[in-house]
Design a protein around this ligand. Sequence first.
Ligand SMILES: [Zn+2]
Length: 147
Amino acid sequence: VVEAWTSTKAGRHLAGRAKTSTKPEVALRKALHAAGFRFRLHPRIAQGCTPDLVLPRYKVAVFVDGCFWHGCPEHGRRTPWTGPNAHLWVDKMARNRANDDRSTRLAQTARWTVVRIWEHEVTEAVAQAVARVRAAATGGSTDGLAR
Ligand SMILES: [Zn+2]
């Protein structure tokens, strides 16, 4: 069943948002690169699983989740959806969450270490986001990051 979205003023600014290479993704890439990490972008590591980037050397898969679309606990929508598209929004957000969970499981099944980073972690404290990736790459130790 395909239902049409009703155009609303609130929804219009969301149209045309890039699905790949969002601003936080690019910012994280730059910081990871500066920290000496080498990575591949948007590789398909399993059927239906394409992380935003991977560190092949460490088998770490990184997903950068937009606060809005992925329902961040701090910045995601906390009030019920209203308006003509309410049920479509509810469905869409539930689907996004299910896809996130599925991607994480697929990557883990393929023996990748998964790091999911919120958009706000990148925009507010990119060094901490890099530290999380580093911890995943080095198994939690602070040494051993080969350049
Ligand atoms: Zn957030």
